[in-house]
Design a protein around this ligand. Structure first.
Ligand SMILES: *[C@@H]1O[C@H](CO)[C@@H](O)[C@H](O)[C@H]1NC(C)=O
Ligand SMILES: *[C@@H]1O[C@H](CO)[C@@H](O)[C@H](O)[C@H]1NC(C)=O
Ligand SMILES: *[C@@H]1O[C@H](CO)[C@@H](O)[C@H](O)[C@H]1NC(C)=O
Ligand SMILES: *[C@@H]1O[C@H](CO)[C@@H](O)[C@H](O)[C@H]1NC(C)=O
Length: 173
């Protein structure tokens, strides 16, 4: 009986620990352009400027596959909207492209077919991940403005839910 109780207590402690710790290290999947997706009605400079992208996060491009695409280019070609020689063509054909931000650098994405000239371009500055949370996550002395504290509020399942809503919206179009 004693062993069982200890086991339950251990499991509960582990669960509580996981609930506290997991959001701190979870990678974030950003829907580029949020609810408007990858389209010509978003200023992506403004969309990106209040976000911190970390190595390990993901970008999710949602768009009209018959018109736009997702091309990673270098800085020169980003500035001049030249899509002829992309560094990486992320277009899969479904209008739903996932890009892992797995290198600490600035990624430059444009849409070809002329849409870059209309503003469909985004530069994503990827930072090293924030330092791991300290041994005591409940510590009241850590200021709430730390990046890790900020990221702990981002609820990844919620982002997937947003993506699901997006999918059903686009099906209606
Ligand atoms: C980008 O690539 C083009 C060739 O497509 C090259 O001429 C240019 O020098 C490159 N720019 C940078 C910053 O690497
Ligand atoms: C990118 O890849 C897609 C899918 O393979 C292809 O249809 C498209 O022509 C490519 N675009 C460029 C600019 O390479
Ligand atoms: C980053 O992801 C791409 C696409 O999955 C892969 O080709 C590349 O090897 C990865 N780079 C690193 C440094 O993990
Ligand atoms: C996006 O907004 C920035 C900052 O307000 C502005 O400088 C830039 O010209 C805008 N870009 C487009 C394509 O409208």
């Amino acid at each position: 009986m004693e062993g069982l109780r200890r086991g339950v207590l251990l499991a509960a402690t582990a669960l509580l620990f996981a609930a506290v710790m997991l959001p701190e290290v979870a990678a974030v999947r950003y829907i580029v352009g949020s609810s408007k997706g990858w389209s010509s009605s978003v200023n992506y400079t403004i969309w990106a400027q209040d976000k911190k992208f970390y190595n390990g996060d993901w970008l999710f491009f949602v768009y009209d596959r018959n018109q736009m695409n997702v091309l990673e280019v270098n800085q020169t070609n980003y500035e001049n909207c030249i899509s002829d020689h992309p560094l990486h063509n992320w277009t899969t054909g479904a209008g739903r492209d996932v890009v892992p931000l797995n290198i600490t650098k600035t990624f430059y994405f444009i849409s070809g077919n002329g849409f870059c000239f209309g503003g469909m371009k985004v530069a994503i500055h990827v930072l090293n991940p924030p330092p791991p949370p300290s041994a005591s996550p409940m510590k009241s002395s850590s200021p709430p403005s730390l990046p890790s504290a900020f990221r702990s509020r981002i609820f990844v399942p919620a982002l997937f839910a947003v993506a699901a809503v997006w999918d059903s919206l686009l099906l209606l179009l």
